[in-house]
Design a protein around this ligand. Sequence first.
Ligand code: SF4
Length: 334
Amino acid sequence: MNTTDRERPIESDAPLLEVRGLTIDAPSAGGTTRLVDGVDLAVSAGERVALVGESGSGKSVTARALMRLDPNLTISGSVRLGGTEILDRTEKELNEIRGSRIGMVFQDPMSALDPLQTIGAQVSEPLRLRGVRKKDALRRAAAVLDELGVAQATTRLRAYPHEFSGGMRQRVVLAMALVGEPNLLIADEPTTALDVRVQQQVLRLLDRVTTERGLGLLLITHDLGVVAGIADRVAVMYSGRVVEVRDVTPMFASPEHPYSRGLLAAVPRLDVRRRVMTTIAGTPPSLSARPAGCTFHPRCPVALPQCADDAPETTAIPGGTVDCHLSAQRVSVR
Ligand code: SF4
């Protein structure tokens, strides 16, 4: 991306992020394995969208593919940022987009940080790569760390990651994502490696900075408690496909897809006494041997005869969409 592209404002009438028909294939012993199969997703400016699902559902690989972070994967479909296609950009152009338009927060702050480099060098690096003078880049790095609640930020630029606690390290990773003033933040399980108390602090911080800066947020998580506290909309992934997208209130009040209902029923609740933990029967299918028809049918408690053969179409429902034959039947008789 050249300087003119970088300075071009994001078109206001296009979604901030629009993903259409995203497929991701990985090399495997038998040839290729389809990890993600036709995902559609959109995030508007200022909107917080959570992408949820069990481990292996494809949510993290989807997030990373948006920025083509895994060179071994074959990615097709369309990823538009502010109306402009970015999937066909060169590596150099993508490097411009990473940091300046999209900030990424990874799950484990310790592996996201270089133990041998100072906090200042790492937080200021996205600006230095864009040609900002060292002194100015460090000054801006300190300002962002200060905004994120790192005390004595200017002094602590000289510290190393091991001198920070887990929560403070995640603030540093967040600062690295924010220092380039992106429009969109992609946070991949940003609280998974933290204890519960620090998780809450980091979530409140994410909530505050995305609101104050008007950022779009794509939050990848398996934790529906996290979703309830921060998201505007929820996309549920199962076996490499998005099976339900809803506004957060109807999703929690009346999830439509049987898999979404299973995920929500499995969330531990302090206000409900249960003798046995609710779980979803069975295990997710191998991505190299997805079942025909609806991929959830071997585990679905309400499967119809057609579910084993025919993949469901996407159906509009109140507050979103769902891919389920049963929902399509219900909608058609309403
Ligand atoms: Fe269950 Fe059929 Fe709906 Fe799939 S399409 S979730 S198997 S009812």
